[in-house]
Design a protein around this ligand. Sequence first.
Ligand SMILES: Cc1ncc(COP(=O)(O)O)c(C=O)c1O
Length: 406
Amino acid sequence: MASADEADMSDSLRSIRSRFVLPEEVIYLDGNSLGVLPAGLSDRMNDVIEHQWGTRLVRGWNDAGWIDLPSQVAGKIAALIGAETNCVAVGDSTSVNIFKVLSAALSLRPNRRVILSDRNNFPTDLYVADGLTKLLGQGYELKLATADTMEDAVDETVAAVLLTEVDYRTGERYDMLTMTKHIQKNGALAIWDLCHSAGAFPVNLDAAEADFAIGCGYKYLNGGPGAPAFLYVAERHLAGVAPALSGWMGHKTPFAFTPDYLPAAGIHRMMVGTPPILSLSSLNIALDAFEDVDMTLVRQKSQELCDRFISEVERRCPELELVTPRAHERRGSQVSFRHPEGYAVMQALIANGVIGDFRAPDILRFGMTPLYLRHADIQAAAEILERVMCEKLWDQEKYRKRAKVT
Ligand SMILES: Cc1ncc(COP(=O)(O)O)c(C=O)c1O
């Protein structure tokens, strides 16, 4: 492996780093939880607030194009997930969008009663699926399998399979193409949660012939805390999808104010309420950082950063157990290690300038974001982690005290 400095010299994404604001004193390995602030975003947001909102007031919906902002942002996200703009809607949270696509999927398979998911899926996916089955009654149920048993679990009772492409704890990645084919061969619909995929590596929903997808705007897309989420509906399903959350922004003619609900044509029917213009503007601006970025180069660098971190940490910290697959094709853009005192280790690491995060019960998680991370950052982070482990810096009461957000 080339030295970190050599690797940085030959990094073709090197210049992209200046598109972000990076605090001097920290190495940020948590862009898989909350992306960093894009450069120039605060000035542009100031314009949205002071000029568009402050002076245009309600006229902004037309004059400043607010009403079309969700579609504009959808176009930018569509380009990153291998979809057509007319198949992507932006708004609401990932959790709400899971409800929207799951209920849409179930209505397309009325004779089947099972939602299948992964026992290790992100909890909100499971909670929303479970809540929906309880709301529907009539024998609907959520069944869980693991990555190893998933294929066998797709039987003739399954209406929809809800999977997160990259496991939020381990970073293990499903093979979207193969799994989607398998799901559909068995008559079910494939729904992909792309929270740890969009903006992290090339995604091609159309090529995989996925049925539905959802994802968030605040991780690799850098839209800001709680940024709006997105959803995808394959073009072949658009006309047949009946939205369960039939809000006025999904109406065919919202400003006709008729008492009856008529769904808008196409993806617009998946919209629900008034778009959150401030947070949408932030996401819209943040997505400009991806302009002209070749996502295959992002993937390549992400894997190099992961490889470097794994080899440096394993060499320096033998007490940390790697839980992320070593094979490139089997992982996303994060590296995770297990340690029984993982929470305290992470707090000590953060106190020493390396920000990652902890996922219960014992996972130390490090996100690799090639747009702004350098090989030298990875090298330095591994050295600091070594110090935290060797000198047992984590072994202090203050680092064991759990904060509300871990
Ligand atoms: C896979 C996955 N799905 C969903 C969510 C969160 O959903 P929401 O954006 O509604 O909070 C997360 C958050 O980390 C996640 O990792």
